[in-house]
Design a binder for this molecule. Structure first.
Ligand SMILES: [Zn+2]
Ligand SMILES: [Zn+2]
Length: 445
């Protein structure tokens, strides 16, 4: 049987873009800075339907009599492809910063040109493992604490809260500014054989005022003036990066996907006014290290996070048995249990062993949906992109058994509405260990 396979696409804007599901009810319209999976799916589906030789069957394509020759049928027959979210970037697959990302209050993020830190951009840091270690040793009620630090039991550690402050400030030379949350996007690139984090510059936007048309009378009307913010990524080094996963990619399905994806498309709102022209191309995947390597590096970073505490209090072990891993959402995820939206995924739904322990979640929810291609759509609560779940696999779970399960999760995603790009997830994304606050030399000095 064919295995699920991921294909990567780059969407290069040729005109300003108006993205998102907003309707024209308000007289101020903003654009999202990403392309939802449903938008990409719609563009590809429309192109393939236009290539169907029996177009009279378009409203009910299941009865297309030309299935053997129909590219639409070839793509959608073997299960819905999963069209991922496209996020802005420069040259490769991009990710929203996790909710645990921090940056200098005065000189945040990275230089927009190079994507690297410099004197006026003090780079991004990740607080995930620093918070985890600090909270676990300082809070006797921290979940599963006794399983990880049996000698500490339910006692307070000798840790002083003063130490936390050293995590909470910028460590760029000469700067002691406090840290703040960081939003936006980053990407990975290989530099001299090592994976490295690069910041993605914000996409420019511009504001235009349009005169609305009174649809009943078919004339322009001053009272219908509306203001629109559009994304101006055309002619810049920005493009948008997404992934499409085919559940069982055969040659026909792959060819149909390529036919539907590659070339000129129009996406988003305002197409009749010249917005939304894009070129979509096929690109090579992002340079993420193999999962086994990421889990190894993550384990080293966990040990680094506990090391200073272990130095201070002999009851604390820096190196713990078992394995830790993080699940970081690249796109929003929809978890539903008994009809109710959930903030945490269910291990059975993830097809992961139930002995796994959730140590900590950084997850926020907000409504998604509302409108989809002009039609009202059920609104649900989704967990935000960038949310992070930290799990512990006790030594009874073998890494050999866990690895393939996590690889599948990374390929096929989590939660509901994955065909619209919801629930894209990365296991032990390098940002967490490369940028960990606990790796600061200054801290150990
Ligand atoms: Zn057809
Ligand atoms: Zn700073």
């Amino acid at each position: 049987m064919n295995q699920p396979r991921a294909f990567h696409v780059r969407i290069s804007p040729q005109s300003p873009l108006l993205l998102g599901n907003q309707t024209s009810i308000s007289n101020f319209q903003e654009s999202e800075d990403y392309i939802p999976g449903s938008t990409l799916a719609g563009a590809v589906g429309a192109r393939l339907l236009a290539g169907c030789t029996a177009p009279e069957h378009q409203p009910d394509h299941a009865s297309c009599p030309e299935r053997h020759a129909c590219p639409f049928w070839h793509l959608f027959d073997l299960g819905q492809p999963q069209f991922g979210f496209a996020y802005p970037g420069a040259s490769s697959y991009t990710f929203p910063y996790p909710l645990t990302a921090r940056s200098c209050k005065r000189h945040p993020a990275y230089d927009p040109q190079s994507g690297l830190p410099d004197q006026r951009h003090h780079g991004a840091r990740d607080s995930l493992l620093a918070s985890f270690a600090y909270e676990l040793v300082s809070d006797p009620a921290f979940p599963h604490r006794a399983a990880l630090q049996p000698d500490l039991g339910a006692d307070w550690s000798l840790w002083s809260s003063q130490w936390w402050q050293s995590f909470d400030q910028c460590h760029a030379p000469g700067c002691q500014e406090s840290l703040d949350k960081l939003t936006g996007y980053y990407q990975y690139a290989i530099d001299q054989g090592n994976v490295q984090v690069f910041g993605v510059a914000e996409v420019d936007s511009s504001r235009a005022t349009h005169v609305g048309i009174n649809r009943a009378r078919g004339v322009a009307e001053e009272s219908l003036l509306f203001t629109q913010d559009s994304l101006d990524a055309q002619g810049s080094h920005h493009s948008f990066h997404a992934r499409v996963v085919l559940a069982a990619a055969g040659a026909d399905q792959e060819a149909a996907l390529r036919q539907g994806v590659v070339g000129a498309h129009q996406i988003g709102r305002g197409r009749s006014r010249g917005y939304g022209d894009v070129e979509i191309g096929w690109v090579s995947p992002s340079p993420l290290p193999p999962l086994s390597r990421r889990i190894e590096r993550f384990a080293e970073a966990v040990a680094d996070a506990f090391y200073p505490y272990a130095q201070e209090d002999k009851r604390i072990q820096a190196s713990m048995p078992g394995h830790f891993f993080s699940l970081t959402l690249r796109s929003p995820a929809i978890f539903v249990q008994d009809g109710q939206p959930q903030r945490l995924p269910d291990l059975r739904d993830l097809q992961l062993p139930e002995e796994l322990l959730l140590m900590r979640a950084w997850a926020r929810m907000q409504p998604v949906g509302g409108w989809d291609q002009g039609l009202p759509r059920r609104t649900s609560l989704a967990v935000n992109a960038g949310s992070v779940y930290l799990y512990y696999a006790p030594p009874t779970i073998s890494l050999d058994a866990l690895l393939p399960q996590l690889e599948t999760l990374e390929l096929t995603g989590v939660g509901a509405e994955r065909e619209q790009g919801y629930g894209e997830v990365t296991v032990c994304t390098p940002f967490h260990y490369l940028s960990s606050l606990t790796r600061l030399q200054a801290f150990f000095a």
